[in-house]
Design a binder for this molecule. Structure first.
Ligand SMILES: Cc1cc2nc3c(=O)[nH]c(=O)nc-3n(C[C@H](O)[C@H](O)[C@H](O)COP(=O)(O)O)c2cc1C
Length: 176
């Protein structure tokens, strides 16, 4: 039997940026399973400065994705990962706002959980933030950090080979 580590690495390899979706609807329970993974994410000082808005309405999705790749319009739902700067932890030493760090972890939990359920996702940060805020009635103080189109991958869509730097390039021991 595969070790938990091997299963985990396999999951990381199977998660890919899906840009080719089937329009098949996602069962509500499945979306809730995916969102549970976000709820369990760690966050600085456990502030959980987030809200996840699931948008299925076609016109609203189109409004949010107006400046993004057209392929994302096919996904039957888009999760808007929203960050609350006023409740996020700010580091004492330099006041660094950790909203983006916290939201990034939760978004990746979503993407990985979706992969285990046979769903495709893609991180989308190239989007119209003003249009998105308006589309979902986002109040001041909040920021749409990322959009996550989610849906079943179109038939035949496959994870491409990972293009990554080698371990030698990115790891140093003891000193930078
Ligand atoms: C923070 C972040 C923002 C991204 N924004 C976009 C985006 O706006 N549009 C897009 O098509 N892909 C976007 N991506 C996907 C990356 O291009 C992709 O993760 C990278 O090429 C590695 O491929 P993989 O996800 O298939 O492993 C984003 C990824 C991250 C982590």
């Amino acid at each position: 039997m595969d070790s938990q580590y091997n299963q985990f690495i396999d999951l990381l390899r199977r998660r890919y940026s899906c840009r080719n979706y089937s329009q098949r609807q996602i069962p509500h329970d499945m979306l809730m399973q995916v969102l549970e993974a976000a709820r369990l994410a760690p966050s600085a000082c456990n502030r959980q400065p987030w809200r996840f808005v699931v948008v299925t309405d076609e016109a609203v999705r189109a409004k949010m994705l107006v400046r993004s790749r057209e392929c994302f319009l096919n996904a039957p739902a888009v999760i808007v990962a929203c960050g609350d700067h006023s409740s996020a932890w700010h580091r004492t030493a330099d006041n660094k706002d950790h909203t983006d760090v916290d939201l990034s972890i939760a978004v990746e939990h979503i993407c990985l959980a979706a992969t285990t359920l046979g769903l495709g996702t893609c991180w989308v940060c190239s989007f119209d933030t003003a249009a998105t805020r308006e589309a979902i009635n986002m109040p001041d103080g909040w920021e749409p950090v990322a959009l996550i189109p989610i849906g079943y991958p179109a038939e035949g869509d496959q994870a491409p080979e990972k293009q990554r730097k080698s371990a030698d390039e990115i790891i140093r021991w003891e000193k930078f």
